[in-house]
Structures are given as structure tokens and as C-alpha cells.
Design a protein around this ligand. Structure first.
Ligand code: ADP
Length: 407
């Protein structure tokens, strides 16, 4: 009974402690937002509340253990008193000699002491089991990829087909995010996904990368169902240039080489050149060895994007996913980036998640998404020709917004 109780309580303490750590982690990661909103007190309060709960639970646990130990001690000494009383009577009657009583007493003391120790050990084993159950749960999770997979992956031609893909996120099974998507991209073609935020553009890309398991419909790459393609082989053929580029602490060179660890310096420099990144790299005194991130220089949004493009050029994948930045940079960086992207998209199947319609006029097909379904597709020209179409409306909206800005 006692063991079960201790185990449950230890588990609770562990869970609360993890929650408190998440608060610290989040606040430090978004320290700028916390300070900007002057919410230091709020975060402090959230942390304090959780830590107080941990303390309360721990005190309860300790109190219970205290009670258990007292119970043992009372039992132990009570037993000794009884033995002395009963044995003393027997000695006075003359039916027991004193030395026998003393040796019996000593032996019972040793045995009782050891038994009490066993109880304490049992409690501490239960406590450890409670605390480590969660760790074992995590260790027991099935890994997503088999890291011992062979390294020599075949290169795809980049023929992609989404066939009646329906999808709901595992955390929200009841909301169907994609409602039967059909998209066909022949090798080397460029397509763009457009639509309001929440339409399902990123979900399509995440499914292509096998970040989630597909339940209905299929995604074929080079005619093969993606479920049958080893995850690492698939991802080795894809590069992503994300909206928000995160650089790792280290040098610019290391950050570009992340696209293909083991690349030579000449290859890295050539990739940086093609990505129009050399232009700013050479202006740093340490050039390629300039440290970025917390201990080094802070790069601008446009510079980071060019590093990400260089990374993708170095990886040289068959399939490219480009999550376009939402806002345009100054026209000079914008032109450099667009030029680098054209270089990157050459001879690759490319999927552009487009936010600014001006940048996708030359792609081969544009798919317009609404609430998880493709409502229109065609070239920029074709889509514009139907004035009532969703795409034409979107273009008009963006054009008006731009015009209003320039006024
Ligand atoms: P878009 O990229 O077009 O802005 P998303 O593909 O990100 O749209 O999102 C489509 C829908 O899926 C949204 O309604 C969003 O709330 C939901 N969604 C996105 N990511 C998740 C997730 N990890 N868990 C649950 N729902 C999600």
C-alpha cells in the first residue's frame, strides 16, 4: 500500500518539475518578448506556482515517509518493551536465566533493525521507479528513422504525385486539414502553393517530408509510394529554405557545410558565390570563419536567407521546398535573393510556398488552396484570365495593399 502511494506521488513530483522547467525554457528562449511586454512578474509567478506545488508534493511525500518510519519505530520499541516485560516476569519466576533473555533481546534487536531498513529500501526503490517511469516511456518510443540505414542513397528524378491525400493532425483527429489533395509535379517543374494562412500549404510540405504518417491517399515520388521509401533516403533528396532561417552557433563556413557535412572549402565557397552570399561574407574581417549566433555577429534576415540558400545549393537535392519570407526586404537584397533562388531552382523539382504573388509569376503551375482543398490551378496567366477566380482576387488584394502602402 505504502509503496504504491510513494510511487504515485513521486511521479507527480517529477511531472510538475518538468512543467516548471518548461516555463524557464520558454521564458529564456523568448526573453525579448517577455521583457518587451514587461511580463517578468507573470513568468516569475508561473514558475513560482509550479515550484510551490513541487515543494508541497515533496513535503507530503516526506511526511508520509516520516509516518511510516515512526510506525516502525513504535512497533520496534513497543516489541522490545513487551519482550522485557514478559522475559522479566519469566526470570523472576525462575523459568528463564538472565543471560538467555539478554541474548534473545540483542538478537531480536538486530533482526528488527534490519527489517526496518528493508522497509526504507523498499520505499526508496518505489520512489525511483515512480521518477523513472516517464524516462522509460520516452526510451520506449519507437524511433522515427533507423539511423543505421545505408548512407548511399539513390538520387531521385523528382517526380512527385499527391493522390487524394486526406490528413488530420494526430493531436486534432477530428479536424480534417487536407481534404483530398491531388497535385502532380513532373521532374524539374516549379509549382507554387498559394492561399490564405491556415489553408494547408505547410501541411502538404510536411507530409512530403514524412514528418507525419499519411493515413489516406498516397504521395508518390518517382512512382514509388513514399511509405515504402526509407525516411532518410527521402529527406536526403530534399532541401528546405525556410521562412525563418535559424543558424547554428559556429562559423559561416560550418553553417553552409550543414547542407553537406564533409564538403570541401572550395565547394562551400562556390555555393556561397552562387547564393550571392560572398558579397557580404568577404566584408567581414574573418570572412568564412566569422562566428555567427550568440557569440558572433548577428546577420540580417536577408543575409541569413542567402546562407540557407547556399546550404541548399551545397546539398544539391532533386527536390527543393521554398517557404518564402512573408515580407519583402529592401529592393537591393531582394534582387540578390531572387537571383540566388533562380540559380537554386534550376533543374530541380521545386515547391514554393508563396506569400507574395509577385515572385511566382513564372512558375509552371500555381495551386490555390482554400480550407485544405485545391480550388484552382494553372499558370499565372491562366488564373488571372478568370476575373472572379480566387487567385485573381488574391492578386487584386495584394496589389491594393501595395498601392495603399506606397501612397
Ligand atoms: P498554411 O501553411 O496554409 O498557413 P498550415 O498547413 O500550417 O496552413 O495549417 C493548416 C491547418 O492545420 C490550420 O488550421 C492549423 O491550425 C492546423 N495545424 C497546423 N499545424 C498543426 C499541428 N501541429 N497540430 C494541429 N493542427 C495543426
Amino acid at each position: 500500500l505504502f509503496g504504491r502511494f510513494v510511487r504515485r506521488l513521486s511521479r507527480k513530483v517529477q511531472k510538475k518539475l518538468a512543467e516548471a522547467n518548461i516555463v524557464v525554457d520558454e521564458s529564456f528562449q523568448s526573453i525579448a518578448a517577455v521583457k518587451a511586454y514587461t511580463n517578468e512578474d507573470l513568468e516569475y509567478g508561473r514558475y513560482k506556482g509550479l515550484i510551490d506545488e513541487v515543494v508541497q508534493l515533496s513535503i507530503r511525500l516526506t511526511r508520509f515517509r516520516g509516518m511510516f518510519i515512526s510506525f516502525f519505530i513504535v512497533g520496534l520499541f513497543g516489541g522490545i518493551c513487551l519482550v522485557i516485560w514478559f522475559g522479566g516476569n519469566l526470570v523472576m519466576e525462575g523459568s528463564l536465566i538472565l543471560s538467555d533473555l539478554v541474548s534473545f533481546l540483542l538478537q531480536s534487536l538486530f533482526i528488527a533493525g534490519s527489517l526496518a531498513g528493508l522497509g526504507e529500501i523498499y520505499a526508496s526503490v518505489q520512489r525511483s521507479i515512480g521518477a523513472s517511469e516517464r524516462v522509460f516511456e520516452i526510451l520506449g518510443e519507437e524511433p522515427e528513422v533507423n539511423i543505421t540505414e545505408a548512407k548511399n542513397y539513390t538520387r531521385f528524378t523528382g517526380d512527385i504525385a499527391f493522390e487524394n491525400v486526406k490528413f488530420a493532425y494526430p493531436s486534432r483527429k477530428d479536424v480534417e486539414v487536407l481534404k483530398g489533395i491531388d497535385i502532380r509535379i513532373p521532374p524539374g517543374q516549379k509549382i507554387a502553393l498559394v492561399g490564405h494562412s491556415g489553408a494547408g500549404k505547410s501541411t502538404i510540405v510536411q507530409l512530403l517530408m514524412k514528418f507525419y504518417d499519411l493515413e489516406e491517399g498516397r504521395i508518390c515520388i518517382d512512382g514509388k509510394d513514399s511509405r515504402e521509401i526509407p525516411t532518410r533516403e527521402l529527406r536526403s533528396n530534399v532541401a528546405i529554405v525556410p521562412q525563418e532561417v535559424l543558424l547554428f552557433g559556429g562559423s559561416i563556413k560550418e553553417n553552409i557545410a550543414y547542407g553537406r557535412p564533409g564538403a570541401t572549402v572550395a565547394e562551400i565557397e562556390s555555393a556561397a558565390q552562387k547564393a550571392n552570399a560572398m558579397e557580404f561574407i568577404v566584408r567581414f574581417p574573418e570572412g568564412m570563419d566569422t562566428l555567427v549566433g550568440e557569440r558572433g555577429v548577428k546577420l540580417s534576415g536577408g543575409q541569413k536567407q542567402r546562407i540557407a540558400i547556399a546550404r541548399a545549393i551545397l546539398k544539391d537535392p532533386a527536390i527543393l521546398i521554398l517557404d518564402e519570407a512573408t515580407s519583402a526586404l529592401d529592393s537591393n537584397s531582394e534582387a540578390l535573393i531572387q537571383e540566388a533562388l533562380q540559380e537554386l531552382m534550376k533543374n530541380r523539382t521545386s515547391i514554393v510556398i508563396a506569400h507574395r504573388l509577385a515572385t511566382i509569376q513564372h512558375v509552371d503551375q500555381i495551386y490555390v488552396l482554400e480550407n485544405g482543398a485545391v480550388v484552382e490551378f494553372g499558370t499565372h496567366k491562366e488564373l488571372l484570365s478568370s476575373e472572379e477566380g480566387v487567385y485573381a482576387q488574391l492578386v487584386k488584394l495584394q496589389f491594393n495593399a501595395l498601392a495603399a502602402k506606397s501612397v
